[in-house]
Design a protein around this ligand. Structure first.
Ligand SMILES: C[S@@+](CC[C@H](N)C(=O)[O-])C[C@H]1O[C@@H](n2cnc3c(N)ncnc32)[C@H](O)[C@@H]1O
Length: 376
């Protein structure tokens, strides 16, 4: 097994630049190509990237890349790759696929051929005459074709990286943890200043902020598919978890406040925070936005308010945005960050954003309105 591997971090559309920055911070040199963030790393990069990347969906190990224009080429190329270096005799390896603007557009055929080529090679290498057992650890293979360039990967993450292991309860429209982390990383808040989400729902933004503020690896409370892979081994995982433990600043004091009009949401936030050991780090209370009182300068307000997508909610949401604008007008030293799909947000809030950025909340196209405060 070579010690250097090529990894691919996948992310939601719009978050690529943030994932790239995170990969760089881990000490690797990322390249972005067609929305894919690729980087070379020693084997220890697999545990480290899975543990630390806050905004990536998954970390995949690139087994090969090649230009492929026919099924015969696909079979020969997949067969030529050193699968036995990765997948042991009992490994389970379902194959999924994607194809975009390529001659081989039948995804099911690409999957079947990829599977057959891997099975044929592994049977030969392991001297298996009959069916492969596939009773062991999971090695999810993905074959993707983009403009005839094929990439075949193994998914090292298992469950998507947004599953941090703390979400025991959610409200109606919870943010994905990866997007919530991105919302925080797109601000200059790094833990020193006060941070408020006055429409916190199940608390995702603030919990992600607390993890960032205390430098806690987001994957610290979960498992990953590649923990079961013998070619990586327990030692590298233990070292990565140890590194994360050493770097966490559990004693770092943070001033993080969450509130919501709905007391059930506040309870959920508390439960979620408690699940990850942040119960005492964040202050929660049931409160309406209009009762928000700001006493200190230079704070940050980050929120994902209701969008008013349903007609019956429109009027309510519009007056909510006006209320927010009325409150924040009196606090010019505060920076305000709002994610919404409502096209008239700036008009209702009463001010043009310093900056805006298109982001997708699931399938909903939203803008991230960013108002930079003038430090007092
Ligand atoms: C889109 S959800 C926030 C979801 C949250 N980011 C999460 O990840 O769970 C919007 C929240 O705004 C709250 N809300 C609506 N009107 C409010 C008001 N007037 N004051 C405070 N909170 C309000 C709702 O109860 C809801 O929990």
């Amino acid at each position: 097994m070579e010690n250097e591997v090529t990894l691919l971090a996948t992310s939601a559309m719009g978050l690529e630049a943030i994932v790239k920055r995170e990969v760089k911070q881990l000490g690797y040199e990322p390249k972005v190509d067609n929305g894919k963030i690729m980087f070379n790393a020693p084997l220890s990069g697999i545990p480290r990237a899975n543990l630390w990347l806050r905004t990536a969906d998954r970390v995949k190990l690139v087994v090969g890349e090649s230009r492929i224009e026919s099924f015969a080429e696909l079979y020969d190329w997949i067969y030529s790759l050193p699968w036995e270096q990765y997948i042991p005799e009992d490994g389970k390896f379902p194959v999924i696929g994607k194809s975009h603007q390529s001659k081989l557009f039948s995804v099911s055929d690409c999957q079947a051929i990829t599977k057959k080529a891997i099975v044929d090679r592994l049977k030969l290498k392991y001297g298996i005459a009959h069916r492969m057992p596939e009773t062991g650890a999971l090695y999810r293979v993905e074959i993707t074709l983009l403009k005839d360039m094929a990439t075949v990967t193994l998914d090292t993450s298992g469950v998507g990286l947004h599953k941090r292991g703390y979400r025991v309860a959610t409200g109606e429209a919870p943010l994905k943890e990866t997007l919530a982390a991105a919302l925080v990383l797109l601000t200059n808040w790094r833990g020193e200043d006060i941070l408020v989400d006055p429409m916190c729902g199940s608390g995702t933004i603030l919990i992600e902020a607390a993890l960032i503020g205390q430098n806690i690896a987001p994957g610290f409370n979960r498992n990953f598919a590649a923990e079961e892979w013998p070619f990586i081994g327990e030692k590298l995982w233990n070292e990565a978890f140890k590194e994360a433990e050493d770097l966490a600043k559990y004693d770092q004091k943070l001033a993080i406040y969450g509130s919501d009009i709905d007391h059930r949401m506040v309870e959920m936030s508390k439960q979620n925070a408690a699940e990850i050991g942040l119960y005492d780090v964040i202050s929660w209370k049931q409160m309406q936005l209009k009762d928000l009182r700001i006493k200190e300068p230079n704070g940050y307000l980050i929120s994902n308010p209701p969008y008013g997508e349903r007609l019956k909610d429109r009027e309510y949401v519009e007056s909510l945005y006006q209320t927010l604008g009325d409150i924040m007008r009196n606090h010019p030293s505060w920076s305000v960050y709002i994610l919404t799909s409502h096209k008239q947000f700036e008009r209702l809030y009463g001010k043009k954003a310093t900056k805006r950025r298109k982001l997708f909340n699931g399938f909903i196209e939203t803008q991230y309105y960013q108002y930079f405060g003038k430090k007092a």
